[in-house]
Design a protein around this ligand. Structure first.
Ligand code: F6P
Length: 357
């Protein structure tokens, strides 16, 4: 008999259900005697013993559904060692609930923060297998995370829609793309959507270069310009500040986000009409795209295989077009970022896309 616990933690994304279904299908189809428990709302469920038993019926019809049927929450890693408001030791509580249910392993689906906690639980002696989810694609140890391709589709759709209206009005449009401190989503959606300027956190921008590009386009007869701007984009000047100085500066920040700051500066310096569109959480919503359904199913089934073999302490990831197992200690606490000299950036530049650098 195998007893398996499962939880989804952090910001949701598409294909979480598809990945859990992949794990469950593999395990239920193996013929192994199994009990599966789902912890509700991420680590919170594991801390407070909020769970329910899962049966094959729970995984039926979920392949195409966005979100997570277990619910999710953010449980910041920084606070995981701090007792809760009632003095409860969260790590101890998670261990107790694991042992009470006599679990053989936990399947944890999440992004960066989630992986730090998963690795902590591993070092505390729990058996853990993880799966890489996030629209940001910023998880170390895997070339791709599920949710990413679906989000690229949505952000690209947003840029596509903006294109037609930008062309009609001859305006400058900024589409602000999610991705936290990493630019994969903006880079890919920007190229797919034919953006003229792509700004990502890994390549700090100079506002003068952005304006030069817009004016060049204007001179050449293109009356509109589309910018795909990562929510974490940063100017060259700000990138030079220390963490402390930057924090201090942001205390008096008057814009809702970086896109509005860039828009104001372009407008002020050129007099062009600038508009900002923020697709926001739509990028995390809706059905997973077919790529993500396949991808998450593949990773899920491989995670199921590891569990059946009793191989724990791994994230199931994707490297060089192969599904691979990556030791959790290699993943936790590391951010995967776009290399400014990567071939995709160079190729985008060959297409005439400006990165404002
Ligand atoms: O990590 C996924 C993500 O959507 C980021 O792209 C974004 O910065 C963040 O989560 C938003 O978090 P929340 O849903 O907590 O506002």
């Amino acid at each position: 008999m195998k007893r398996i616990g499962m939880l989804t933690s952090g910001g949701d994304c598409q294909a979480l259900n598809a990945a859990m279904r992949g794990v469950a299908k593999c395990i239920f189809h193996s013929g192994e005697d199994v009990e599966m428990y789902g912890f509700l709302e991420g680590y919170r469920g594991l801390i407070y013993g909020n769970f329910r038993m899962l049966t094959p019926a729970d995984f039926s019809g979920v392949l195409t559904k966005g979100g997570t049927f277990l619910g999710s929450s953010r449980t910041p890693f920084k606070q995981i060692r701090e007792p809760d408001e009632n003095g409860l030791d969260k790590v101890e509580a998670m261990k107790q609930n694991y042992y009470k249910l006599r679990l053989d392993c936990l399947v944890i689906l999440g992004g960066n923060g989630t992986h730090k906690t998963a690795n902590l639980l591993r070092t505390e002696g729990l058996n853990v297998v993880t799966l890489p989810k996030t629209i940001d694609n910023d998880l170390w140890g895997t070339d791709m995370t599920f949710g990413f391709q679906s989000a690229v589709n949505i952000a690209t759709d947003a840029i596509d829609c903006i294109h037609t209206t930008a062309a009609s009005h001859g305006r400058v449009f900024i589409v602000e793309v999610m991705g936290h401190k990493v630019g994969y989503l903006t880079l890919n959606a920007g190229i797919a959507g034919g953006a003229d300027i792509i700004l990502i956190p890994e390549i700090p921008y100079d506002i003068k270069k952005i304006i030069t590009k817009i004016e060049e386009r204007n001179k050449n007869g293109s009356k509109f310009t589309i910018l795909a701007v990562a929510e974490g984009a940063i100017s060259k000047a700000d990138a030079k500040l220390s963490k402390k100085e930057y924090k201090e500066k942001m205390k008096n920040y008057k814009y809702p986000s970086v896109s509005y700051e860039i828009a104001a500066k372009i407008q002020e310096k050129t007099g062009y009409d600038v508009r900002v569109t923020v697709p926001g959480h739509t990028q995390r919503g809706g059905s997973p795209c077919p790529y993500d359904r396949v991808f998450a199913s593949r990773l899920g089934s491989e995670a199921g295989k590891l569990i059946l073999k009793g191989e724990y302490g791994f994230m199931v990831g994707y490297k060089n077009r192969e599904v691979v197992k990556v030791p959790l200690e290699e993943v936790a606490g590391k951010l995967k970022m776009v290399a400014p000299d990567s071939s995709i950036v160079k190729e985008a530049k060959l297409l005439g896309i400006s990165f404002g650098d």
